[in-house]
Design a protein around this ligand. Structure first.
Ligand code: ZN
Length: 303
């Protein structure tokens, strides 16, 4: 029995990387969205008593360079991409997209939130811990791109601009484009302020579809000492101001539709990073003390 139980546990262990089912039809493509599983790090937020250590792939204060290097090495090994150059941009919540060609240099620092290439052996990466990573593929011309979409990148239409780069720099056609919106914080958890809603209303005619509004109820004492009642449901009391929840996955899916992609070629990961401490890091849930996942995409050189 112990052997059987151990075997079952091993079988149930989550994969370090999630992939898009329909994309295995492209043998030249390497892609994946990492989870927190399969690494060597111990994050301060590992409160779920998980047996496995964390696959932290970002340079964060609580983790060592050695651990991060080992975790990245494990990710590449899992993807059978050890020979590829992992391109890690310095993300700044911008709409800057870099096109990497044969002149690519590993020595150069890339600052921005989007990468695109048709050059083989480059593994483009985006780090997240609630923001949405989006991967793009042109299946005909073999072009790949990766972008980092938090609310700022989404407001700046970064995903749509990345499709624009693929069209204007490489000549991509709508019907050849595929997109995958990776795990990020869901509308269930992503509360934003009025100012964010105002910004979206100023940019998108369909902004009302991107927000849900809830009423926050609170008594005077709860308003004065909110932390004391953070986890207590209040059955009565005056109605407190509205609070807004933003659906970033839907916002980006709509931009990709506007950019010309067919809905059947837009994959959207269904799991919220904040709701799944067993699977994902979440900056908001873990109050900033968390790790980074990585979404990666690249082209294998032909044999
Ligand atoms: Zn959630």
């Amino acid at each position: 029995m112990p052997t059987s139980t151990k075997h079952q546990q091993q079988q149930a262990r989550p994969s370090p990387v999630l992939t898009v089912d329909g994309w295995n039809q492209f043998p030249w493509l390497v892609h994946g969205f990492s989870t927190r599983h399969g690494g060597v790090s111990s994050s301060p937020s590992n409160f779920t008593k998980m047996k496995s250590k964390d696959l932290n792939l970002g340079k964060v204060a609580w983790d060592s360079q050695r651990n991060i290097a080992e975790n990245r090495s494990r990710l590449l090994k899992h993807l059978e991409a050890e020979s590829m150059d992992l391109v890690v941009p310095n993300q700044i919540h911008s709409d800057l997209i870099h096109v990497l060609g044969p002149e690519y240099s590993a020595a150069r620092a890339w600052t921005g939130d989007g990468l695109a290439t048709n050059h083989p052996d480059l593994l483009l990466s985006i780090q997240t811990a609630d923001c949405y990573p989006i991967l793009l593929v042109d299946a005909r011309l073999r072009i790949v791109a990766a972008v980092h979409c938090g609310w700022r990148g989404t407001l700046r239409r970064l995903a749509k601009k990345a499709v624009g780069v693929m069209k204007f720099r490489y000549g991509s056609r709508d019907r050849d484009l595929w997109a995958a919106i990776g795990p990020g914080i869901g509308a269930c958890c992503y509360q934003v302020g009025q100012e964010v809603r105002d910004e979206f209303q100023g940019q998108f005619y369909y902004a009302a579809k991107l927000f849900t509004t809830r009423w926050q109820t609170a008594t005077a004492i709860q308003r004065k000492y909110p932390l004391l009642f953070k986890h207590v449901r209040n059955p009565f009391g005056p109605v407190h101001p509205e609070v807004f929840y933003l659906d970033l996955a839907k916002a980006n899916a709509m931009q990709l539709r506007e950019a010309g992609l067919s809905v059947s070629k837009i994959h959207v990961a269904s799991q919220c990073t904040s709701c799944h401490p067993d699977l994902f890091f979440s900056h908001r849930r873990d109050l900033g003390k968390t790790g980074r996942m990585m979404a990666v995409i690249g082209i294998r050189s032909c044999n």
